[in-house]
Design a protein around this ligand. Structure first.
Ligand code: AMP
Length: 623
């Protein structure tokens, strides 16, 4: 909106432009982060440079010295002061020590392991930091960079996360934003942002299938997205959290060592030589993206390599990524030919062999015009612009990566929101009590694909207290799950007759690694048969226990209407059924057989009692 004022002295009109309330898009990356916005005059997404105008990438590195510094300046301390220079914080977001135990060698700083179940903490000097606090340092630096460039306060942002991030990792990212003084309007999946940067889906009424191939420095992700009427849905994701450009560099180092007849062990112990070799390998790799040869030396070590040898060297790595692509397609029940758009993200997609292989795999040209390092941040800016109200016919949807449900009798998993449900989503199911006068009900929330909760992951539990006294099976307890567009889950339990209600927000204690998530999915397939029979057995046991309880109650309440023989015979059948439940070798069929025998025998009693009750009720009534 324009404001007009009059310059009384000169008699002229001044037009002041009210600063636009800019919402920035942030790519909070493992190695590098970026902040971008939509430039008003051009309508183009632009990544913001530092004050010198030279670099758009902010290395995701924090150094704690006399002052806390972030980015390029912090990078130089990585070798000098590894214990107080923090990198790859994103890998720790929403994780417990248990989650990362096998990977601690990767981190040169101190990760606290006093309580393996709780969220990780990082010790720097005498201070302890959570990954949220550390990420907030990076976000603060990005906020500041944006404010300096735009000359106005920046308080709102859209932040991107990998599509496989779970609730706790998304929540942690949101919290980091808050801590940095940013209102996080939306957490957006990185592949969705990358597609938006290419304008995919914008204004398109038709349905489109997109593959986003993201090969960065240390991670690889493939996501299959569907856009329909401007709505994005993640159909499948796959990848490897420890595969990327760093492995390419290592492959070149190994190649040189072999070529120079050097033992890897020897070099490993020489930190500075090791580092020089790795840096040289990265230089060679980048050079080979444009030139057919690279030639150099470190002292006596010949550091040359040609593109053909390089391509041969990295072929297995590329093949691994294509295998993941195939798996993602299979999960989405698609073939490569179904994919209509391919988007390349991440610095390592500049490697010609990677581009060629991905294009050959999907049988089409990929979108690679934009800088692959910036594309996610640029897309986040596009999303921010949509949220700012400049592009209204848009909605962004994601899906649940794993099923969510609660524990029911016998330790069974009852799925309420199935895996791959589109967000936001709401679903509810009714349950009842097991015993007369039951006042409390425990609701344990689980995530996973297995039939028994013991094989799934517990997210939290709470108690619905104060259910008014009622006979078993009469209360109607509705359990509802609500997952918002950011994947934050709220579970509510309400007894519908009385209105008593209780709810929790599931902010899981710690997150899942992508590998664990993959394992959970694989296990559910591998153990499907075993799970099915375990569930059937458990259901039979629960049914038998309920029948035993109701029959015993029935007998004790209706002794006068039953003969002695009937009572002893019923008791005998109950005992036989109970014995099958405790017998390890019983199967569901045997249990059902005994349930049936008990039912058969007692059915006439129920009818008899019913007749007595009706006769009683009719007595004295005039018809
Ligand atoms: P990202 O994590 O997306 O920033 O990607 C960083 C990775 O891309 C690092 O491993 C870089 O060495 C690699 N990279 C950057 N530029 C090139 C290039 N021109 N050719 C090959 N790899 C590159």
């Amino acid at each position: 909106m324009a404001k007009i004022s009059i310059n009384v002295k000169e008699g002229t009109l001044n037009t002041f432009k009210k600063p636009k309330n800019i919402i920035v898009g942030i790519d909070l990356g493992t190695t590098n982060s970026l902040v971008a916005y939509i430039e008003e005059s051009t309508g183009e997404a632009v990544a913001i440079t530092d004050a010198t105008g030279s670099s758009k990438l902010v290395p995701s590195i924090i150094h704690f010295g006399k002052q806390t510094i972030v980015g390029n300046k912090a990078k130089s301390y990585l070798l000098e002061q590894p214990e107080n220079t923090i990198y790859s914080v994103k890998r720790l977001m929403g994780k417990s020590y248990n989650d990362i135990e096998a990977k601690t060698a990767y981190f040169n700083y101190k990760i606290i392991d006093d309580n393996s179940e709780s969220l990780v903490k990082i010790k720097v000097g005498k201070q302890f930091f959570t990954p949220i606090e550390l990420s907030a340092h990076i976000l603060r630096a990005l906020k500041q960079r944006a404010e300096e460039a735009l000359q106005q306060p920046v308080t709102k942002a859209v932040i991107t996360v990998p599509a496989y991030f779970n609730d706790s990792q998304r929540q942690a990212t949101r919290d980091a934003g808050k801590l940095a003084g940013l209102e996080v309007l939306r957490i957006v999946n990185e592949p969705t942002a990358a597609s938006l940067a290419y304008g995919l889906g914008i204004g398109a009424a038709s349905e489109k299938l997109i593959a986003v191939y993201d090969l960065g420095g240390g991670t690889f992700d493939i996501s299959i997205l569907q856009i329909e009427n401007g709505v994005f849905e993640v159909l499948a994701t796959n990848g490897d959290t420890f595969l990327g450009g760093d492995d390419v560099d290592q492959a070149i180092v190994d190649y040189w060592l072999e070529k120079n007849n050097l033992a890897a062990e020897e070099v490993k112990n020489d930190q500075s030589l090791n580092q020089s070799l790795r840096l040289k390998a990265e230089t060679a790799k980048i050079a080979l993206s444009d030139a057919p040869n690279f030639s150099d030396a470190i002292g006596q070590i010949d550091c040359s390599i040609d593109r053909a040898s390089f391509e041969q060297l990295i072929q297995p790595l590329v093949q691994r990524t294509l295998k993941s692509c195939q798996q993602a397609l299979t999960d989405a029940e698609l073939t490569a030919a179904d994919i209509e758009e391919v988007v390349l993200v991440g610095g390592s997609t500049r490697i010609p062999l990677v581009q060629k292989s991905v294009e050959a795999f999907f049988g089409r040209k990929a979108h690679k015009q934009l800088d692959p390092d910036q594309v996610v941040a640029l897309g986040a800016a596009v999303q921010a612009d949509i949220l700012a109200g400049n592009n209204k016919d848009f909605l962004l949807l994601d899906v649940t990566p794993l099923s969510l449900g609660i524990e029911t009798m016998g330790g069974l998993m009852d799925v309420i929101i199935p895996r791959n449900s589109t967000l936001p989503v709401k679903a509810a199911r009714q349950y009842t009590t097991q015993v007369d006068g039951q006042a409390n009900m425990k609701i344990a929330v689980y995530q996973g694909e297995r039939d028994l909760v013991k094989d799934n992951r517990k997210l939290g539990e709470f108690h619905l207290k104060g259910i008014p006294a009622m006979p078993a099976n009469l209360p109607k307890v509705q359990i509802s799950f609500i997952i918002d567009a950011d994947g934050i889950t709220r579970v509510k339990a309400q007894e519908l007759r009385s209105g008593v209600a209780q709810s929790i927000e599931v902010t899981p204690q710690y997150g899942l690694t992508e590998a664990e998530m993959g394992k959970m999915l694989l296990d559910s397939i591998q153990f499907a048969e075993q799970d099915r029979s375990a569930r059937a057995l458990q259901e039979a046991i629960v049914e038998a226990e309920q029948i035993v309880a109701t029959t015993e109650k029935f007998i004790s309440q209706n002794q006068t209407h039953l003969s002695k023989t009937e009572i002893t015979q019923t008791q005998a059948l109950i005992n036989t059924l109970k014995a099958t439940l405790t017998n390890q070798s019983s199967d569901k069929d045997l249990i059902h057989q005994h349930i049936e025998q008990l039912n058969e025998y007692t059915r006439p009693f129920a009818e008899r009692i019913m007749d007595v009750a009706i006769a009683k009720a009719m007595k004295g009534k005039k018809v």
